[in-house]
Design a protein around this ligand. Structure first.
Ligand SMILES: COc1cc(/C=C/C(=O)SCCNC(=O)CCNC(=O)[C@H](O)C(C)(C)COP(=O)(O)OP(=O)(O)OC[C@H]2O[C@@H](n3cnc4c(N)ncnc43)[C@H](O)[C@@H]2OP(=O)(O)O)ccc1O
Length: 462
């Protein structure tokens, strides 16, 4: 049986009533929020510069890390709250801008006021066992939202601290760490370096393995700005297929599709088939990576499932880690966003009438487009226009599959489960690592009900 839980206008699909039960069972009693300030004096009274790459994605990302009760201590994680709180104070000495507050600079951009007041920290108790939380591969905002602290009544990100942390103790002795962190402070890689530094501090480390490199002025725009690429990422593509009506009329369903290593090889084989000269040598050297093949597959399948008109232009956006693509490369531990959005645009007709190698080839070309010149041009584009990427007629793929969530060992081992609380927008698809040695990829997405059925059928063919 499939149960559907309506939450914030969305419908979450639940096998066997598991998540509905989880949402119902998960009662959480929060203590008073407190401020955890850096354990030593840090610079205050100045503004901390955020780059144009930080401005693009100023949204709160909520994640949850779950830790089972340690068998050795008879299921007692009693001091997790104290250990995480003390380690947070210590790690904030290195990451002190996280203890400040967001503000608007004289250039009318986001910056951090270095107030040193601290990150918001909340201890909480759940009225159930950790096992009742359910499966994080299919996030359930209704349940998981209880495990992350949001500032009550905050109307915009200026009224929210850069990060909040909630530690929830479960009856079984397990605990969950729920984080709400603003993407303008760091990208996925930077966020993991912070969480893993916090974790190693909790385990007793005095020096950080990867100390943060704080100076973001490395990514200042050129004066005057030089825009040398087309930057379709900002283009508003008209919805000539009227998908707006589909989304308005139908419930949005979320599903997660698991690709184990064998299935990923089949996806790659599909992308490589027909990649030869008669198709314009879609793939350089007749080769592609797993990411290129899987992204091409998902882009095509979603296009078909949504029934897009052949003339509908559709945009694919995804983040590329620019750290090693900048010249010179960004320093190790670069704290801020080192990612840049790249894009591919094609009509639905072009995607669906060509072999899968075409879509994979477009993804590959988008990856290869990201050079130092492209990224500097993107930085300058924001300087000149203040435009933010448009999600109209767009699929935005976010790849978390290589993020080191498993490194978040605060002294109780790697998290038994970790993942996002929700998907931020209906256009966003998430790739998450899964299974043995994290070699499988879970593709998590939301679609209107009828399109989800069509998408499911296409996935079942692989
Ligand atoms: C604010 O608080 C947060 C935030 C967040 C999360 C935020 C974000 O989502 S930011 C975006 C995160 N995603 C990225 O940064 C993407 C990083 N990946 C790339 O940039 C990739 O290069 C790519 C552009 C996606 C393309 O990938 P791919 O086609 O696979 O090409 P390569 O990376 O060059 O790989 C080719 C080949 O090399 C092997 N390989 C490379 N790296 C690894 C690795 N780390 N592990 C294993 N293997 C690797 C591999 O063999 C590749 O070939 P395959 O064919 O085998 O795939 C979250 C939480 C918060 O609190």
């Amino acid at each position: 049986m499939v149960v559907e839980v309506r939450e914030n206008g969305a419908v979450v699909e639940v096998a066997d009533g598991g998540k509905a039960a989880a949402a119902a069972k998960l009662t959480v009693k929060r203590g008073e929020p407190e401020l955890v300030a850096p354990a030593e004096a840090t610079p205050t009274g100045e503004k901390y510069y955020l780059s144009n790459l930080d401005q693009n994605i100023a949204v709160i990302v909520q994640t949850v890390y779950c830790y089972k009760p340690p068998a050795a201590s008879g299921g007692d994680n009693g001091d997790a709250v104290a250990v995480l709180r003390d380690a947070l104070a210590k790690v904030l000495v290195h990451y002190h801008p996280l203890a400040g507050r967001l503000t608007i600079s004289a250039e009318m951009k986001l910056a951090v006021e270095l107030t040193g007041e601290g990150a918001v920290f909340v201890a909480a108790d759940a009225g159930c066992d950790l096992a009742d939380v359910g499966d994080l591969t299919k996030p359930d905002p209704a349940a998981l939202g209880h495990l992350v602290y949001s500032i009550p009544g905050a109307k915009n990100i200026l009224e929210m601290p850069p990060m909040t942390a909630q530690v929830t103790r479960f009856k079984c002795g397990g605990f969950a760490l729920g984080l709400a962190m603003n993407h303008c402070m760091f990208d996925g890689l930077g966020a993991m370096e912070f969480v893993n530094s916090w974790a190693e501090t909790a385990r007793g480390a005095v020096e950080l393995t990867v100390p943060p490199f704080l100076d973001r002025t490395l990514l200042r725009a050129r004066d005057p700005p030089v825009i040398s690429f087309e930057h379709h990422e900002f283009e508003e593509i008209p919805d000539v297929s009227d998908t707006a009506a589909l989304y308005a009329d139908q419930d949005l369903l979320y599903r997660s599709f698991c690709f184990d290593p064998d299935r990923l090889e089949r996806v790659r084989a599909l992308a490589l088939a027909g990649a030869g000269a008669e198709n314009g040598d879609d793939l350089v050297g007749g080769r592609c990576t797993t990411f290129e093949a899987l992204s091409g597959l998902v882009w095509r399948a979603r296009t078909r499932a949504l029934g897009l008109a052949p003339e509908q232009r559709t945009k694919l956006l995804f983040a590329v880690d620019g750290r090693r693509r900048f010249e010179p490369p960004l320093p190790r531990g670069y704290f801020g966003n080192g990612i840049v959005l790249t894009n591919a645009v094609a009509t639905a007709g072009e995607l669906l009438s060509s072999p899968p190698s075409r879509a994979a080839g477009l993804v590959q070309a988008a990856v290869r487009m990201v050079t130092d010149g492209y990224m500097r041009s993107a930085v300058d584009y924001f300087e000149a226009t203040r435009a933010r990427p448009s999600l109209a007629s767009t699929l935005l793929i976010t790849t978390w599959s290589r993020l080191a969530f498993h490194g978040a060992d605060f002294g109780w081992g790697a998290p038994a489960m970790s993942g996002p609380v929700t998907l931020p927008e209906k256009e966003v698809i998430l790739f998450l690592a899964h299974g043995e040695e994290r070699k499988s990829i879970n593709v998590l997405l939301g679609l209107p009900a009828s399109a989800m059925d069509a998408f499911q059928e296409l996935m079942d063919e692989i």
